[in-house]
Design a protein. Structure first.
Length: 405
C-alpha cells in the first residue's frame, strides 16, 4: 500500500493540471463578445473555432489509450502539455480566424491527456472500491478551473485583456507539466507497471455491446454540458437576457460550481446506489434543464437552472466509471479513452451545430441573436439527450454497472 502522502501528491499534481484544462475549455464563454468583435466572427465561426478544442481533444483520445497503457501518465501528460503551451501562445497572438482556430486546436490536443491520465493513476494507486469516488473527486476539483474562467476571467479581461491572460496561462501550464515530470510516479513503490496497449485491446472495447449502450448517451450528456458551459451559456445570457459581462460571469460561476459539485459527488453516489441508476436519473434531470432554458425563463429561474444544469451535467463523468467496471485493469486506459472520445466528439459536434442553428436566425444591429435561436438550439440538444437516455436505460442490467452482452 502506498503511503497516503504519496497518493495525495500524485493526485494533486494531476488535479492541478486538469484544473488548467477546464479553464481552457470554458474560457470562451466569457470572452466570446471580444473575440466576435475583434475578429469579426459570426455565431457559426465562433462555434466552430471554440469547438476545435474538442475536435483535437477527441482525436487524441484513441492513440492516447495505448500511449498511457504503454508509457504511463508521468511521461505522456507533460509531453502533450507542451503542445498546449504553444497553442495558448498562438491563440494569444492570433490576428485572424485561422490563427485562433489553430491555437484552439493545439490547446485541445495538449490538454487531451489529463483526464485519462488522472483516471489511469487512480486505478493504479487506489483500491477498486474507492476508484469511482477518487476519480470523481479529481474531476470535481479540477472542474473548479471553470470558476476561474467565469467572474475572475471577466475581471481580468477587462483589466489586461484576453491576450495577456492566455500568455500568463501558458506559463502556468509549462510549470504544471514540469512538476508532473519531476514529481509524479506511474505506480506506487513496489507495484509493477501492468503494460498493455496492443491494438487487440481496442478491438475488445469496440466489439463489446455494453460499450455501445454507453457511448450514444455520453455523446449528448458530456457533449452538451461541455459545449454549453464552454461557449453558449455565455451568449445565451448576453443575447437573451441582455446582461453585462460581470453578471454573466457570476451566472457562469454558478453553473461551474454546480458542475464541480456534480463531478465530485457523482462517484460517492454511484458507489452506493449503482453507476447505471445514477447516470440515468441525472441525465433525465439534465434534459429537463435544457427544456427549461428553451422556454427562456426569467433571470431568477435561469440562475437556479444554471446551477442544476451544471450539477446534473457533472454526472456525465460516471459514463467513464461505468466503462472502467466492464474492462480489466490492463485495458482501463483504452476503455476510458474510447468512451471519452465519444463524449468529447459530442462536445465538438454539439458546440459547432448549436452555432449553426443559432446562425439561421438573423442577428440585430448589435450582433445579438434572437431568443428563438437559443430555444431551437436547446430543443435540439434536449431531444438528443432524451433519445440516447432511453437507449441506455432500456439495457437489461445484471448489476449496478454492467449491462448484459
Amino acid at each position: 500500500h502506498a503511503a497516503p502522502s504519496r497518493r495525495a501528491r500524485v493526485v494533486v499534481l494531476f488535479t492541478a493540471a486538469y484544473f488548467l484544462s477546464y479553464f481552457f475549455r470554458t474560457a470562451n464563454a466569457v470572452i466570446a463578445p471580444d473575440l466576435s468583435r475583434e475578429l469579426g466572427l459570426d455565431a457559426g465561426r465562433l462555434g466552430l473555432m471554440s469547438s476545435l478544442f474538442f475536435a483535437a481533444f477527441a482525436l487524441a483520445q484513441l492513440p492516447l489509450g495505448p500511449w498511457l497503457d504503454r508509457w504511463g501518465p508521468r511521461l505522456v501528460a507533460p509531453a502533450l502539455m507542451a503542445v498546449a503551451v504553444a497553442g495558448s501562445l498562438l491563440f494569444a497572438t492570433a490576428g485572424s480566424f485561422a490563427g485562433l482556430a489553430l491555437g484552439r486546436a493545439l490547446i485541445g490536443f495538449g490538454m487531451a491527456g489529463l483526464l485519462p491520465s488522472a483516471f489511469k493513476i487512480v486505478s493504479l494507486w487506489f483500491p477498486p472500491g474507492r476508484a469511482a469516488t477518487m476519480s470523481a473527486l479529481v474531476v470535481g476539483l479540477g472542474a473548479t478551473g471553470a470558476l476561474v474562467s467565469a467572474t475572475p476571467l471577466a475581471w481580468l479581461n477587462r483589466a489586461i485583456g484576453w491576450r495577456a491572460v492566455f500568455v500568463a496561462v501558458a506559463a502556468v501550464v509549462a510549470l504544471s507539466a514540469l512538476t508532473i515530470a519531476r514529481w509524479a510516479r506511474n505506480t506506487p513503490p513496489g507495484v509493477p507497471w501492468p503494460g498493455g496497449g496492443g491494438a487487440g485491446d481496442f478491438r475488445a472495447v469496440f466489439t463489446d455491446r455494453r460499450f455501445w449502450r454507453i457511448v450514444p448517451l455520453n455523446l449528448f450528456f458530456t457533449g452538451t454540458i461541455l459545449g454549453v458551459q464552454g461557449l453558449w451559456a455565455g451568449p445565451y445570457l448576453f443575447h437573451v437576457l441582455r446582461l453585462p459581462a460581470v453578471t454573466v460571469g457570476n451566472l457562469l460561476l454558478l453553473l461551474a460550481l454546480g458542475a464541480a459539485l456534480g463531478y465530485a459527488g457523482s462517484g460517492w453516489l454511484a458507489d452506493r446506489l449503482g453507476v447505471a441508476r445514477v447516470i440515468a436519473a441525472n441525465a433525465a434531470l439534465f434534459a429537463g434543464c435544457q427544456l427549461l432554458l428553451a422556454l427562456r425563463p426569467p433571470l431568477a429561474v435561469v440562475a437556479a437552472v444554471y446551477l442544476l444544469f451544471g450539477l446534473t451535467g457533472g454526472f456525465c463523468i460516471m459514463t467513464m466509471a461505468h466503462a472502467r467496471q466492464i474492462f480489466p485493469s490492463a485495458m482501463t486506459g483504452q476503455a476510458v479513452a474510447a468512451v471519452n472520445f465519444f463524449g468529447i466528439a459530442g462536445a465538438f459536434l454539439l458546440q459547432w451545430w448549436m452555432g449553426l442553428i443559432i446562425q439561421r436566425f438573423p442577428p440585430d444591429e448589435a450582433g445579438r441573436y434572437p431568443p428563438a435561436a437559443y430555444s431551437a438550439a436547446f430543443l435540439f440538444t434536449a431531444t438528443g439527450t432524451i433519445a440516447t437516455l432511453l437507449w441506455y436505460a432500456t439495457a437489461r442490467w445484471d448489476g449496478p454497472g454492467n449491462a448484459r452482452r
